[in-house]
Design a protein around this ligand. Structure first.
Ligand code: IPD
Length: 306
């Protein structure tokens, strides 16, 4: 009910602030050289890394959730058991989905785009999202029916009103973001090579729909899927694509983007964002395409939002 949702939202916002403070302290202790733990462990591959900060922040959040909402489920990046092969890890019970540190590589290199990401799901779908990127002082929050916000004061998208539609020949004229993920198999025709090719094709060689070969204004890869979605909600990224995401990489970002009026859909391989039929994404789809909030999307740009 509404009261329950408000309670969860207030809790998530405070939790995001507290966890963000932990991340910021950890980042500064790296900068100041006072850090006790500089260790980085590998998970699936040498680029799939985890720090003690990931574990500490997840544990802090897990305990806070267990204390406040003992009957809710919890899914965290670091406590997920890799042997669980279900496609959809989130059930219909109220569930908190947490990435304690999205952008772990960024964090270890002190590239500013790292954050904590907290989502609350009802019936398997995120209705609350909180993302705190403390090194950049950016705090995103959303609750179904109440809008998406930057630093609790600026409503998303951060664009002039009315929000401009996507360019008719998108992705020409768009900012396009994608992530490289963590798959580094030693296979020239493997995932990474295919990804690079599809990104480049999408960004630079758009064909069809009368297109003469598109020119995106810029291609970005920020190192945090969660923040990509938040920036798409802001309107700073027009289109985002990634394959291989887990629930915790996207849940809070989906809540924030959709509440801001943007679209997120499943994508394999990346469909033409202009002509693709938009299907509702399921957490667990792994491949995602996100499109920023756009004024008169259906009429002006041809995006079919059904
Ligand atoms: C990763 C980041 C990265 C994306 C990967 C994610 P992590 O999350 O979001 O940008 O490409 O798919 O797993 O490991 O830093 O929490």
């Amino acid at each position: 009910d509404d009261k329950g949702l408000s309670e969860a939202y207030d809790f998530a916002v405070q939790l995001g602030k507290d966890a963000g403070k932990m991340l910021l302290d950890a980042a500064w202790s790296r900068i100041n050289g006072t850090e006790i733990d500089t260790g980085v462990d590998q998970k699936e591959s040498s680029v799939d890394i985890v720090t003690k900060t990931d574990y500490a922040v997840e544990e802090f959040i897990r305990q806070a959730v267990a204390t406040k909402f003992p009957h809710h489920s919890f899914l965290g990046e670091e406590t997920y058991s890799a042997g669980d092969s279900r496609k959809y890890l989130v059930t219909s019970s109220p569930t908190w989905i947490v990435d304690p540190l999205d952008g772990t590589v960024n964090f270890t290199h002190l590239f500013p785009m790292f954050c904590v990401s907290i989502a609350f799901c009802i019936n398997g779908y995120p209705v609350i999202g909180v993302i705190n990127a403390p090194f950049m002082n950016q705090f995103f929050s959303s609750c179904k029916g109440r809008g998406s916000w930057l630093n609790e004061s600026h409503r998303l998208p951060l664009m002039r009103s009315p929000v401009p539609p996507l360019p008719k020949d998108a992705p020409s004229g768009c900012t396009f973001a994608c992530e490289w993920g963590k798959d580094r198999r030693d296979d020239p025709n493997g995932n990474l090579a295919r990804k690079v090719h599809s990104f480049a094709t999408m960004a630079l060689e758009r064909k069809g729909r009368g297109g003469t070969g598109g020119m995106v204004h810029g291609v970005r890869s920020l190192g945090s899927a969660t923040l990509d979605l938040a920036y798409t909600a802001m309107g700073s990224i027009d289109i985002w694509w990634e394959g291989g995401c887990w629930e915790w990489d996207v849940a809070a970002g989906i809540a924030i983007l959709e509440e801001a009026g943007g679209i997120v859909t499943t994508a394999n391989p990346p469909p033409d964002p202009v002509t693709a039929r938009i299907t509702k994404v399921g957490l667990g789809d792994r491949l995602y395409l996100a499109i920023r909030p756009a004024g008169n999307a259906e009429e002006e740009s041809g995006v079919d939002a059904q």
